[in-house]
Design a protein around this ligand. Sequence first.
Ligand SMILES: Nc1ncnc2c1ncn2[C@@H]1O[C@H](COP(=O)(O)OP(=O)(O)OP(=O)(O)O)[C@@H](O)[C@H]1O
Ligand SMILES: [Mg+2]
Length: 567
Amino acid sequence: MFKKVPELLNKSQKLKVFLYFFFTLIVILFELLSLGIIIPLVASILNPEQSIKYLSILPIEIGSVNKDNIIIVIFVIFNILIISKNLILYLVKKYQVKFIADYQKFLQDELFNRYLFFPVSKLLNNNISIINRNVIDLSSEYVNNYLNPLLTIIADLVLLFFILIFLFLAEPFFTLSSIIVFSIFGISIFLITKKTLLLEGEKYKDNKSERIKTLNETFGAILEIKSFQREDKFYRNFKNITEILKNIQIKISILGFIPKLIFEIFAVLIITFFFLILFKNNLNLNDILPLIALFCYAIVRIVPIINKILNNAQRLKYSEPSFKEIYSVIKYSFIKSTHGEKFQKFDKEIELSNVSFEYIKNNILFENISIKVKKNDFIIITGASGSGKSTLLKIILGLFEPSKGDVLCDSNSIYLNINQWQKMISFVPQDVYILDDTFEKNITIGQEISEIDINKYEKSVTFANLSKFVENLPRGKETILGDKGSKISGGQKQRIGLARAIYSDTEIIILDESTSSIDEKNELIILENLKELKKIGKTIIFVTHKKDLKKYCNEFYLLKDKLLVKK
Ligand SMILES: Nc1ncnc2c1ncn2[C@@H]1O[C@H](COP(=O)(O)OP(=O)(O)OP(=O)(O)O)[C@@H](O)[C@H]1O
Ligand SMILES: [Mg+2]
């Protein structure tokens, strides 16, 4: 799994990781130097005469140094080393923190963008809670509990390796036996907990999305929940999920701190053992004390490092499911857009040529549908609920690809340049989604105030017969319409959808039951307006249940039994 980490880094991010390791090596160098000075330091305290020989390796002139001052000199060097090491460590850590924060932002933006360009058919298979979780939770889970520990673990392993070599040179037997004891212990802990960690990581991931889903669903269906008095049930659901998440958290935290406690006990035992052996052999205290000091210092440094390595290894296992998920989203390949100059303009006709479609294998919704929609036509498609009218419109839009056949515009497949094709169309879906934003921004979707074309805006509001409605809003066109349009009626939503289509002023307009919730008087005005659009060269495809609208169109089709028939 680690090998896949670089695949999610771009060139400049790889360079940053490389620099991080480079700086870390400098820290390690200082770490080793400060470790190396322990022996001369203690030896000089015990026997200042001897310390001259240690100082002779220094590049500075020491002839002038008084013997009494030698200890002070060594102490000063020791302090300078520690201060420099920590200063550099501060810079490296700052660099790492910045890199991790930058990368987290990058990943969130990238995931958002990825999902934005996912094919609709793929998105429908992704519950919105899963997208929410992956973009927000899992991206930070991956960066903080996988990538960051991985960087730290590598640096720590290198540091540990050098310290051990150093200690090995100073005292081979003791170092080697400690390495063996600690390794056996560390590896066993990791192996024993590995499976639990993976399992809990998987459970954590699933329950995170469940929690978001429950929250969204509960408040999305709040009217139904209240009217059927199911508050308790939904509350219980939520509590069950937070309970599971809580238990995972406890388990993981306990697994995280146990090794530290045991490690410390081992460290003290080993030191005691070492002491006893040395004393038993009746060695000169002057000779062994520097060594003991070195090992005490080394252990004080090493135990936290080993502990951190083990802890990070556990975090890596636990967060592996998050990484896999993120990886699969980023690496999911699809054709974002094909190039070409096609579909700048629409001249003659749109054609469905022998189109067949099925959502589920062998459950055919249409078979061999062929129609031509001429430029400037106003066609109506009708049919029973569930016959596939909305699906047919989405196929024309290129949101779903037919399983057989093709959609053509002026004899070119729309799949030659699907983005450009979609730019020529305004689509008003069956459920118009209202943004939690002002009325005006709802019509001009996504445009900044400075980009808004006031003329077109006014025209679209008049077209959808919304002028009176806006006038009566408390803050006019600046009024916020509320989450999913909670403050407006079904018919008003549909009229906003229509106004959007008119505002974007495209050649083709596709409407899915766009007048189903609108009263007859308003519907009449809108249909008359649509007829006017035909006069200025627009092409309209309109899906409706209402048969009496036939008089407005020039082609009338019925979708029935997998076929589209002209009436
Ligand atoms: N994403 C999907 N995955 C699987 N099946 C789907 C999907 N969307 C719709 N269907 C099924 O396809 C069939 C056609 O649905 P569609 O929404 O096109 O019907 P419709 O004619 O627009 O109906 P209505 O008049 O009620 O809006 C339905 O049986 C529906 O259950
Ligand atoms: Mg429909």
